[in-house]
Design a protein around this ligand. Structure first.
Ligand code: FEO
Length: 392
């Protein structure tokens, strides 16, 4: 694809990756992704912002074929899907200055093997003049690594936000009008890599609140022509208040857990609580992460395997622990054959979360009437706890 104009003097020069299906050997990409890069021409000087994933370097090479000179290469984020092309850019444009945040310098050295002397660090708030255009660097840590910064083009009021506000989505469309069209992809992306840093994301949102941003140009997914919509979505996702919903990762081996899960799902739904059950034998962990963004409660359900929980649901607990959602309550439902430490192991897997544990329900073999009544009581307890928070 040829470079495409975003506004006069600003071109999209990155790559679409329609076929990629997994990121970090963990994150499903049902809609592919893109590795955006932007060329900013200010009249006197030219800057390239980000430098695509190594596997798509050929696309960047082609889009820059007719660009004889680049003065600044801005590395907003060291992760290789944005920095992978930096060594080639430095070689192709020997006079280019590589600009990065102070914390990024050692990371670029370690991850890309760059010489320290090749990197010029910029301070938070520092500007570079390109002639008629001015780039301002804004430190926005933990969206997604600690060194990450955003770049603001003052005259055109464009925020180049890198991962922040991005969506894993390959598309031939350069722009999106409002967050609704990419809400699922953007939320999935937030959940998978930025949710653990929710409080810092709030701080970053405050930091750019007064910029009167006209366009947000992230490094994954389309450019937002209505930045207020995605900023509002981020405000909701990072807000401390959860929704009246339960995430229920579960798995079964011989059907006992299924009986209890079906009872629990029906019981919660009848009591007005939205439930998102995920059969972890087949679930998309990105969907699980997305539903954890809002949930007030997580209930892990499964059988014991030998002495502990089934690994598929333990994995869900470990993932939730890693992603640190705003979830407030938890419980365990399941069955066992002859004993085991399912409850302790699952609790022990979620110690990062500030959880109040509700009475678990563990049946021996097939659930009996008393077990199903206990499941109903668990549904009642969830409703009470959610009501105490004012959730409806
Ligand atoms: Fe798109 Fe954190 O890299």
């Amino acid at each position: 694809m040829k470079p495409r104009e975003i506004v006069p003097g600003v071109l999209a020069v990155g790559a679409q990756d329609f076929d990629r299906r997994l990121f970090d050997a963990l994150i499903p990409l049902p809609d592919g992704t893109s590795y955006n890069a932007y060329l900013v021409r200010g009249g006197d000087k030219t800057a390239l912002i980000d430098a695509v994933e190594p596997s798509k370097l050929d696309v960047l090479m082609a889009t820059l074929r007719d660009v004889p000179r680049i003065d600044y290469l801005v590395s907003n984020h060291t992760e290789q899907d944005h920095s992978g092309g930096i060594p080639w850019v430095l070689e192709r444009y020997p006079g280019v200055e590589l600009l990065a945040s102070e914390p990024a310098k050692p990371m670029l050295v370690h991850h890309l093997g760059l010489a320290e002397g090749r990197i010029r660090t910029v301070a938070d708030g520092e500007k570079v003049q390109l002639g008629q255009k001015t780039l301002r660097f804004i430190y926005t840590p933990w969206v997604h690594w600690p060194e990450t910064m955003s770049t603001y083009l003052e005259e055109d009021r464009i925020l180049f936000s890198c991962d922040w506000f991005g969506s894993h989505m390959a598309s031939t469309e350069l722009f999106v009008d409002g967050a609704d069209a990419v809400r699922e992809e953007a939320k999935r992306y937030y959940a998978e890599i930025m949710m653990p840093f929710r409080k810092i994301v709030q701080t970053n949102l405050d930091k750019v609140a007064d910029l009167h941003i006209r366009l947000i140009a992230p490094s994954h997914g389309p450019v937002y022509r209505d930045p207020g919509s995605i900023i509002a979505a981020y405000r909701d996702w990072t807000d401390d208040r959860p929704h009246n919903s339960v995430v229920l990762p579960w798995v079964t081996m011989h059907g006992s857990t299924t009986i209890m899960v079906e009872r629990l799902v029906a019981g919660l739904a009848e009591r007005g609580v939205q439930v998102f059950p995920f059969n972890m034998a087949v679930a998309d962990v990105g969907q699980l992460a997305m539903r954890l963004v809002d949930a007030a409660t997580i209930i892990v359900a499964g059988p014991t395997v030998h002495a502990g929980p089934h690994p598929a649901v333990l994995n869900a607990a470990v993932l939730a622990n890693e992603l640190r959602p705003k979830v407030r309550f938890a419980s365990v439902v399941g069955s066992y054959g002859w004993g085991g430490r399912m409850i302790e192991v699952i609790k022990g897997a979620m110690t990062n979360l500030k959880l109040e544990f509700l009475e678990p329900v563990i049946a021996r073999g097939l659930p009996k009437a008393a077990d199903l009544e206990a499941v109903d009581k668990l549904a009642d307890a969830v409703v009470r706890k959610h009501a105490d928070l004012g959730l409806k």
